[in-house]
Design a protein around this ligand. Structure first.
Ligand SMILES: [Zn+2]
Length: 235
């Protein structure tokens, strides 16, 4: 198992969990085992499962599961669907009854550093940070008043419209020096393809379109097409 884990860069825990194996399991030549595609695991949706309950079970943000699996309708999950749970923490056997942990994580407020890019909205609650399985940051708003989305730097709008792969209504702006920024899940877009925008210009409103569990922006910074941690660029 350790050899297989090395080969596929997957944790031994994940292989054991997906295949119902123990530390003492001996693999026979020819035995077929399931390899999770990332260092997380595969969860087969059972009756009564919700995105939230799966997120709680593996201690990951529900938005991360939705993002990774391109779940377009987060209210229903078909029984038998195999979901990748990125970064899942393998549930350990529990011998003492314990209370279900709270799923509400406290809002994180950011101390922004130097950079060419300004904070792209008035909301400041980060619900998901940049990581190897999440190519941007999620900034959420409490309540139903959708805050404005600002062009984080000056540039040219290179996409403004619907993204079928999960971002919903989104805007992509090309900036100087090979940078692009992307604003996903918007409810309204005020700019169109080819528009020149200034830093701080309102380009639309935050929303929850596409693959989204609630009002937030999936905000990405890319350099030469490669996702960067937006917090490294924000002023
Ligand atoms: Zn996101």
């Amino acid at each position: 198992m350790y050899g297989i884990g090395e080969k596929f860069k997957i944790s031994v825990d994940a292989i054991k969990y997906v295949n119902n194996l123990t530390d003492y399991s001996v693999l026979k030549p020819g035995q077929k085992i399931t390899i999770p595609p990332v260092s997380g695991l595969i969860h087969k949706v059972q009756d009564g499962d919700t995105l939230q309950s799966i997120a709680v079970k593996y201690d990951v943000p529900s938005q991360a599961i939705a993002d990774f699996n391109y779940i377009l309708d987060v209210s229903t999950l078909a029984v038998g669907t195999e979901l990748v749970v990125p970064g899942a923490k393998i549930p350990q056997p529990v011998y003492i009854p314990t209370a279900v942990p709270s799923i509400i994580t406290p809002p994180a407020y950011v101390d922004v550093g130097d950079g060419w890019c300004m904070w792209p909205t008035t909301a400041r609650i980060i619900t998901q940070y940049f990581s190897w399985y999440h190519n941007g940051i999620d900034i959420a708003v409490a309540g139903s008043n959708m805050p404005p989305m600002y062009a984080c730097g000056g540039g040219v709008v290179v996409r403004a419209g619907w993204d079928p792969w999960g971002l919903g209504l989104h805007v992509r702006i090309s900036h100087a020096g090979g940078y692009e920024t992307v604003y996903g899940h918007m409810s309204k877009i005020y700019v169109s393809y080819g528009d020149e925008v200034e830093q701080g210009e309102t380009i639309g409103l935050m929303g929850s379109t596409g693959n989204s569990t609630g009002p937030h922006v999936h905000f990405m910074v890319q350099y030469s097409g490669v996702a960067q941690n937006p917090l490294n660029y924000i002023q």
